[in-house]
Design a protein. Sequence first.
Length: 366
Amino acid sequence: MDVNPAPLRLHRHTEVPHQVELVVPHRSYAAHGPPRLFNYWTRDPLLLSWLPAELQRTTIDCPDEYVIRVRGAHVVHGHYLILYPDQALADTFNFEDSAVNRPVITDIGQQILRGEVHHRPPSAWPTFHIFKDVYCNYGHMLVEVLPKLLHIRAMGVRRFTLLFPWSSLMFLPAVQYAAEVLGLSFEHVTCFNNQIVRVEEVLWIGPVAQHDRRKSQTLRDLVQILGPAAPPSAPRRLYVTRPPDAIRPIANQPQLEDLARSRGYHVVEPATLSFPEQVGLFHGANHVLGPMGAALANTVFMRPGGRVSMFTNRRVDPFYYDIARLIGLQFDWVFFQDAEAWTNVMQTEAWTIDPGRFAGMLAWLD
């Protein structure tokens, strides 16, 4: 007969038993001026007031970053760290104290009580948990996971075990490459989606970003190491295109690519390149143009003073502008439809761009 455990709730790390191993004091970064907006218009009163205020923020404050040691934890889906019976840590950041607690994964307590747990034997090396629920999102991995490797190095650790979500294994080569550049090595332990992994002791690295609005100087520190270490690349002016099977496909993408080539852009599809090749390509670019999408997260590797020109349909997401704020890049934000508040449809909807309006944007950028 099942016993009903208390509902799992999300906690800050200060509210659970832990040992602090590293604290990186809070830092801030300053914007280098607001972006240039092209064709921006909205009938949404919230966006009408929120976006201008967001774009005018000149100083971005970030919290302390930390590494804590936790004993007797269950790793679920590579994201949550469950401290049975009713505590859960998640790699999320919220500046509002009133929003600390909320229900999380259902049925986990029942599964633990029934013994449906995979026990991970103690490792010869320290075991780290750095992932959030990135699934297959390259931008999340690059901005919110990879920087944590610097905290591992700061602890003096050079070899370790890394709990790796099955759903993110496509990023394993990127994590291995970044670790190698930093002088680190690890063995990875795959955490499957349908598996609860019991770890007797784990080093948990807290968040280094609030996804769309706050990055971290730790990210800037990382890219200043990875950029110069990558294979050099010649093209200086890039047009970033998306794979044919990408979400949010642009129906007339080949036509837009031809227009971009005619204005001197080198057309590139980053998804076809290795991670080191992507790093080198963007590190060598001084102007990057492309549709909103994960590939533009690679603009973190550009040198300060470069220029990013992003176009979108009706979605408003300051994630990429915030990268520009952190790195010190000029930013152009082009809208081909009236901006609207976020809905799930925007994540996958196809769209078409009028070639005449696209040519007008290219002329405006020049």
